[in-house]
Design a protein around this ligand. Structure first.
Ligand code: CP3
Length: 317
């Protein structure tokens, strides 16, 4: 995840001339960025260049990426009337540029490199929609969840339907696997996940499953409710570095697993980085159904050569 991005010099060069939204809106540029890590790193799969927050444009929340600050919404969701008046829109029409980028990237990629489509999970999207940007404590999000459960469930239902349709459209355009990103779900207690979130992730994943391609269910900080997280769906469960891979695998049963290198290990001395990579491979023990990956996105400070070294180490043994 986030295998294209600011740590890559070629990406930074393009970003001097184009904003992140321009890159996403242009199918040609988005397809070109999608190919950069495949060529430079030798990874086994490509992930389409887009962003989980793009649906906020047709939802008219006023999405902007502020330099150095990250995403910012000019019209965040704060009350019932904001949720009720969210426009419904045609995904193929309003987000068609993502499907166009998928078609172009699929044609340009080597045939043996699968292309992954993705979307944000209802909870993580709701957290950005309500906070209006990034958050450390998710105070406004949880306050709405506790104070106005009907409004909360209406919002998550709308997001789940949107995201489920969006994922299925991406598969129809040529994405060969789909990833649902619940990046901030780990801020919840197990009880809150089960009561306020799980059903909506399940709805999004059930809709996406109709497309008939493998689904990767990504989360971080899920150690305390991994069984419930996995029960929401996904052919592959993605875990972060806060739990050992083998222990997590035994908790999700006969399913594939993705993970789980600590992203900061890519900034560590080579010996320590390689030790952590080998430990993950040892815990996977050559069993089928392990996608080696980071537990979360590549950090901007990362040296591309360190990422390449990890890819080569995983391929070599
Ligand atoms: O190659 C790839 O991985 C595909 C591209 C991709 C982006 N965003 C492009 C991007 C993917 C898979 C995402 C997903 C995404 N976006 C997530 C889920 C995965 C995760 O990391 O948890 C989330 C939470 C977002 C929301 C988002 N987009 C944030 C918080 C930011 C700002 C972060 C920062 O470091 O500034 C973005 C911007 C963004 N989206 C960048 C990229 C490469 C970096 C910013 C830039 O180019 O200026």
């Amino acid at each position: 995840m986030r295998q294209a991005g600011r740590y890559m010099p070629q990406y930074r060069k393009l970003r001097q001339r184009h904003s992140i939204l321009d890159l996403c809106h242009s199918p040609e540029l988005a397809a070109a960025v999608t190919l950069q890590p495949v060529e430079r790193l030798g990874v086994d799969a490509a992930i389409i260049f887009a962003d989980i927050l793009l649906p906020f444009e047709p939802l008219r929340l006023g999405l902007e990426f502020k330099a150095g600050e990250g995403p910012y919404l000019h019209r965040p969701i704060r009350e019932a009337s904001d949720v009720e008046r969210l426009p419904s829109f045609n995904v193929e029409a309003e987000l068609g540029y993502v499907m166009d980028a998928i078609r172009l990237a699929r044609r340009a990629l080597p045939p043996d490199v699968p292309l992954i489509g993705f979307a944000g999970a209802p909870f993580t999207l709701a957290s950005y929609a309500i906070e209006g940007g990034a958050s450390r404590t998710f105070t406004k999000t949880k306050k709405l969840m506790y104070q106005a459960p009907d409004t909360w469930h209406l919002l998550l239902q709308k997001l789940a339907d949107l995201v489920g349709q969006f994922l299925a459209s991406q598969a129809r355009a040529g994405a060969q696997a789909l990833q649902l990103f619940d990046s901030w779900v780990g801020c919840l207690s197990p009880d809150d996940y089960r009561t306020h979130v799980q059903q909506h992730s399940k709805r999004a994943l059930d809709l996406a499953a109709k497309a008939g391609v493998p689904l990767i269910h990504f989360g971080t900080g899920t150690a305390t409710f991994l069984e419930d997280f996995a029960a929401a769906g996904g052919d592959v469960i993605s875990i972060d570095w806060r739990m050992p891979l083998d222990a997590a695998w035994s908790r999700i049963g006969a399913r594939a697993i993705q993970g789980n290198l600590e992203p900061v290990a890519l900034l560590a001395p080579a010996a320590e980085r390689d030790r952590q990579v080998k430990d993950i491979l040892k815990r996977a023990a050559g069993r089928a159904g392990h996608i080696f990956n980071l537990g979360h996105g590549v950090l901007p400070e990362t040296d591309v050569a360190a990422v390449r070294a990890v890819v080569d180490l995983v391929h070599g043994g």
